[in-house]
Design a protein around this ligand. Sequence first.
Ligand code: MG
Length: 302
Amino acid sequence: MARTIEIVDVGPRDGLQSEPEILPTSTKLELIQRLVDAGLRRIEVASFVNPKRVPQMADAEAVMAGLPKVPGVQYVGLVLNRKGFERALAAGCTEVGLVATATDSFGERNQGATIEENIRNVEEIAPLAREAGVRMQVTVSVAFGCPFEGEVPAARVVDVCQRLAATQPLEIAIADTIGVAVPSQVTALVEQVRAAIGDVALRCHFHNTRNTAVANAYAAVLAGVKTLDASVGGVGGCPFAPNATGNVGTEDLVYMLSRAGYDTGIDLNKLITTAKWLGEQRGKPVPSMVSKAGGFPASPAR
Ligand code: MG
């Protein structure tokens, strides 16, 4: 029986965040609808951050209000602090994604908070989320390498994850924010983090900056990870990480996983159509590879 891998499409938030042109709310909502139609069941749709710092996400409330209501579909809102959490809650968010970091330098530039301050944010929000009946998960950025500090000691990532696990999140994600990881590192870090976080699920977030994201995703899956982030078309980057190009393309992951015998529940052809459509909306083709080459074997035209 095929093993199921869940893919969280972070395109509408993490993907679009660094687009230079502000996309209309209606375009974001059409993107989300298309992802739902393609079979995605968890989609990161907005971030509740300072609109002056991230103008592309200034319409978070409007996006939340316009989401298609589909049973079984979970929409994720990113929050960095209590103020953001309260906005997300008021907007009807049912899953919040919090952020931690593996280095102080990146945390200070990206979230304006050190490792310790980010952990305290999570410790403060976790009980509030539980009380409100909202799912809460947390992503540890630059877990595989930092643009400012270089190599990140695995022991520190493990320590951060262990402290986060104590807040009982739904899940902890380790993120290769600047796309420097290689599969052997993924295998080792996944093993160490899993041993430290007990029953808390582990998700992985890879960027294809150095063409290693699909290999890293496969290593993560072989190491037992059941949930992966990806962004349709491979759009995205990180506004605070120099030269960090896109998230791994959802269609690139779906192609690899389904050919390797895993079930993602996602329709590859619909995803490719959506990636091409997104390229038209942003005025330049998306970077993912399978959106250009198509699947294999080719499915009959319909
Ligand atoms: Mg990303």
